[in-house]
Design a protein around this ligand. Structure first.
Ligand code: ADP
Length: 495
């Protein structure tokens, strides 16, 4: 099966969030199932240099205001990549793929991702690059317009089916209606059942309307986005297509996140060499200036510091954690007021709280290895990755019961403990008191070393690799292809 991924990000070429991990890992995880993937993304500065064997496979003479090229190459892991090389759109340095140096959206983002989508649609239709996919997998609003171009494509040949994965409904690709003309779409694209959205045009809405199928990154988030509370204005549209909406939880790269081979750690460990985890805890406590106490439950946070992540609740619940003798190590960056709240907490409780503001990949690994538990109190969470790393490292997740957090952590209630299936702690609703109670429950279980170790072992043996998700995507791809197969049953007129 041949599948084209269209995406604005792909690890290890360019990454701002979990979306890049999915488009970097899923094609590789699908390869053993016989899926031949190509990943199409923009040639941001430096991306072509990270590919081996990069070569031009097509010229794009009229690409939304300039000349471009389609460039093929591969990553060190063997991922087959196609780049849209268009200096007038993508050769810019700023604050990542979407923002200028001042942190504002580039004013022509509609053209930049319109161009990406247009090239994706041309490849899908078999008109570009000499390779036609049987299915096209779109990621987020930046790729969603592929479905629009294919919808209005008047060529006689049937197009491959499209699947749109929504990684975070908060990002909807909204632009002024007047931009439609520059996007090479007909005026009818703005009909009420088209991509018009409250006086704007929305790339995401185009994808929701015209993709053959929709998915999101966990089963619970797939249900939550059908509700007014979590649907971010799209719940009505999504409810219309709820029978064509699938939730598949992400996996993680278990080679990068492997406590036995992780070079960031002081002492490697595994489920069979669990006592060695304690050495990582002692090293971390010492590094962070916390008292080196094996008996103090050490909690960590590795996160963007935003209201989505619910960390203001943790600040409020902190006195109850401190009262139980718990320690907290925070690594994160984001909203200034949250950064200041955590700095203040560290100042107030120097024996219990250590805060590192910034982005630090090696430290994030050492926190996952050295802490006893990781706290993820998100108000909404499409999937979430840090709780999965926590499971893999035997660092029990304490999570809000929302989205992918609800799907990937089994609460240590009496029944789950008795049956030996618990892997962490859940709380609901997402408020201060339930979070504090969950933290207290974690402290209580931690005091029972045998029971805690049993849960740790269970967490570490959960399969959080991509192979589970890849199987689910393959199944979905096959169902979508089956709906497009030519009808070979005898025509009624001839029976
Ligand atoms: P989101 O994509 O909403 O930020 P996820 O949990 O899906 O949340 O993914 C966050 C990723 O970013 C994880 O890999 C996490 O380890 C990493 N991360 C977040 N903040 C930091 C930080 N300050 N330093 C290092 N890694 C971080």
């Amino acid at each position: 099966m041949k599948v084209l991924f269209v995406t604005p990000e792909c690890y290890p070429l360019v990454k701002t969030g979990g979306l890049a991990d999915v488009t970097g890992a899923l094609p590789l995880a699908l390869a053993p199932f016989g899926v031949e993937s190509r990943v199409l993304l923009p040639a941001y500065p430096g991306v072509r240099d990270k590919l081996t064997g990069a070569r031009k496979v097509a010229t794009l003479p009229d690409l939304f205001g300039g000349t471009g090229a389609l460039v093929a190459g591969r990553t060190a892991d063997g991922l087959q990549v196609w780049l849209v090389e268009a200096p007038h759109l993508f050769a810019r340095t700023g604050g990542g793929p979407y923002l200028d140096a001042n942190g504002h959206d580039w004013p022509d983002n509609h053209l930049r991702f319109g161009a990406l989508s247009w090239v994706g649609a041309e490849i899908a239709a078999g008109r570009l690059g000499g390779w036609q996919p049987e299915l096209v997998h779109l990621h987020d609003w930046q790729a969603a317009l592929v479905a629009g171009y294919l919808h209005f494509d008047r060529s006689a040949r049937p197009d491959p089916p499209t699947l749109l994965t929504i990684h975070n409904l908060a990002f909807q690709g909204l632009f002024g209606m007047a931009e439609l003309a520059s996007l090479r779409l007909p005026p009818t694209a703005l009909d009420s059942d088209g991509m018009e959205y409250w006086g704007n045009l929305s790339f995401l809405k185009a994808g929701v309307r015209w993709s053959d199928h929709l998915s999101t990154v966990s089963p619970t988030y797939a249900r939550e986005i059908l509700t007014p509370g979590q649907g971010m204005g799209f719940d009505g549209l999504l409810r219309e297509r709820q029978h064509e909406l699938t939730g598949i939880a992400n996996g993680i790269d278990v080679t990068v996140w492997n406590p036995l081979t992780d070079h960031a750690l002081t002492t490697p460990y595994s489920v069979r060499r669990l006592p060695a985890k304690a050495a990582n805890k002692a090293a971390l406590q010492a590094q962070l200036g916390l008292p080196v106490r094996p008996d103090a439950p050490l909690f960590c946070v590795v996160s963007r510091l935003t209201t989505q992540k619910g960390l203001d609740l943790l600040v409020a619940a902190l006195p109850r954690l401190v009262a139980r003798g718990g320690q907290l190590a925070v690594l994160g960056a984001g909203d200034r007021w949250l950064e200041d709240s955590f700095r203040h907490a560290a100042h107030e409780h120097p024996e219990h709280v250590a805060v590192t503001i910034g982005y630090d990949e090696p430290l994030s690994h050492r926190l996952q290895a050295g802490a006893d538990a990781i706290i993820v109190p998100s108000r909404f969470e499409p999937c979430g990755l840090t709780q999965l790393y926590g499971l893999r490292y035997g660092t029990l997740p304490v999570v809000a019961r929302v989205g992918g957090l609800a799907d990937t952590v089994i609460d240590a209630n009496e029944a789950a403990l008795r049956d030996g299936v618990a892997t962490g702690f859940q709380f609901s609703p997402v408020e201060v008191d339930p979070l504090a109670v969950a933290l207290e429950r974690a402290c209580e279980l931690f005091a029972d070393t045998v029971a805690w170790q049993r849960v740790v072992k269970r967490a570490m043996t959960r399969d959080v690799s991509w192979s589970v998700a890849a199987g689910a995507y393959l199944d979905l791809y096959q169902r979508l292809l089956a709906t497009r197969l030519p009808d070979t049953s005898p025509h009624p007129a001839f029976t």
